[in-house]
Design a protein around this ligand. Structure first.
Ligand code: GAR
Length: 189
C-alpha cells in the first residue's frame, strides 16, 4: 500500500513556514507527512512548534561535530531512518554541503524571500526594502552548492509601496506559505 510521501523540513528560526507546511500535511492539504524537523538551533522557536505538533526533531549544534561532513552525515542518517523522500529548507541558515547533496541529489528545495537572482543571502527582505524595491517576490528553487542558486521551480511576485517593513514581512510570510505548500504538492505528484 502506498503511504504518504515523507518529507523533512530544515529550519533555524521562527518556523512559520515549517508550521504552515506541517499543518497542511496534518490537514490533508498535501499528500505528505512531515516525518522530521532538522534544526541547527535547538533553542529556536521552530523546535517548540515541532514538539507541539508531535513531529520528530533532530536538533544539533554544529560545534559538537568536527566538520560539516560529520554533522551532515548525522543528518543523512536521521533522514534515511525516517524514510525521507524530499527535503524542504525553510529558513535553514547554513549552506548545504556535498555530503547531504550527494545523498539527496535533486531532492532538496529551498525558499528564498526575493525574486532570485536578486538579493541573495541573509536579510533579503531588508536588502530589497532598503533598495527601494516596489515589486517584491518569493522564489523556490532546487539546492546546489551555491548560495541561493540552483534551478528555479516557482516564483511569486507582489507589489508593496508602503514604508513599514513589519507589514512587508507579514505579506512575505503569507505569500511564502501558500507558494511553498502549492509547490510541494506539485513536486510530490
Ligand atoms: C523565510 O522568509 C525564508 O524565505 C527565509 O527565512 C525565513 C524563515 O522564516 N530564508 C532565507 O532567507 C534563505 N536564504 P520562518 O522561520 O518564519 O519560516
Amino acid at each position: 500500500m502506498a503511504g504518504k510521501h515523507k518529507i523533512a523540513i530544515f529550519a533555524s528560526g521562527t518556523g512559520s513556514n515549517f508550521e504552515a507546511i506541517a499543518k497542511a500535511a496534518i490537514g490533508g492539504r498535501i499528500d505528505a507527512e512531515v516525518a522530521l524537523l532538522v534544526s541547527d538551533r535547538p533553542s529556536a522557536r521552530v523546535c517548540e512548534v515541532a514538539k507541539e505538533l508531535g513531529i520528530e526533531t533532530f536538533a544539533f549544534c554544529a560545534k559538537d561535530y568536527d566538520s560539516k561532513q560529520e554533522y551532515e552525515a548525522a543528518i543523512v542518517e536521521r533522514c534515511q531512518m525516517a524514510e525521507v523522500e524530499l527535503i524542504c529548507l525553510a529558513g535553514y541558515m547554513r549552506l548545504v554541503g556535498e555530503t547531504l547533496l550527494s545523498a539527496y541529489e535533486g531532492k532538496i528545495i529551498n525558499i528564498h524571500p526575493s525574486l532570485l537572482p536578486a538579493f541573495k543571502g541573509k536579510d533579503a527582505i531588508k536588502q530589497a526594502f532598503n533598495y527601494g524595491v516596489k515589486v517584491f517576490g518569493v522564489t523556490i528553487h532546487y539546492v546546489d552548492m551555491s548560495l541561493d542558486g540552483g534551478q528555479i521551480i516557482a516564483q511569486q511576485a507582489f507589489n508593496y509601496n508602503g514604508y513599514d517593513i513589519n507589514e512587508l514581512e507579514t505579506m512575505f510570510h503569507a505569500v511564502e506559505h501558500t507558494l511553498y505548500i502549492n509547490t510541494i504538492r506539485e513536486i510530490l505528484k
